[in-house]
Write a protein that binds this ligand. Sequence first.
Ligand code: CA2
Length: 151
Amino acid sequence: MSKTIYVINGPNLNLLGTREPEKYGRATLAEVEALCRDTAARFGLTVVCRQSNHEGAIIDAFHEAFHDKAVGIVFNPAGHTTTSVAILDAILAVGMPVIETHITNIHAREAFRHDSYVSRVARAVICGFGVQGYALAVIGLAAMVGAEAQK
Ligand code: CA2
């Protein structure tokens, strides 16, 4: 049976491709999720995608990943990055590798975006590659969980 990874996106990322393309690009969330599925398929991984504008629903998605026996999570916490101890606790609770992923280089932006709670507990962090960062995150996660490229 193939291993499953989750791709979880936080608040406002449902607007991808429709607003602020100069910052976040022109790809829609559906296209980003397809990029993740296609990239994961190269390693025989199955992807479950979740997005919510609500902190509790994001935490529920982490719990779902745990109950689903997922092997890891690609996570863009968006506006919760620097605010949510509850999400930090959820990452610790599920005990699986989380790859924090940001479309923009948060360190080149306003100071309030820099100090990520998620980074304290994420296994790795990717930012500034645009939506291609999601593909890089999936590839890195695949290596971490021992998923090999399919012939
Ligand atoms: O660069 C990223 O991926 C961010 O996580 C995006 C967040 C921002 O608060 C973080 O500092 C960095 C904002 C997400 C907003 O998403 C939108 C997408 C399209 C159009 C408008 C907003």
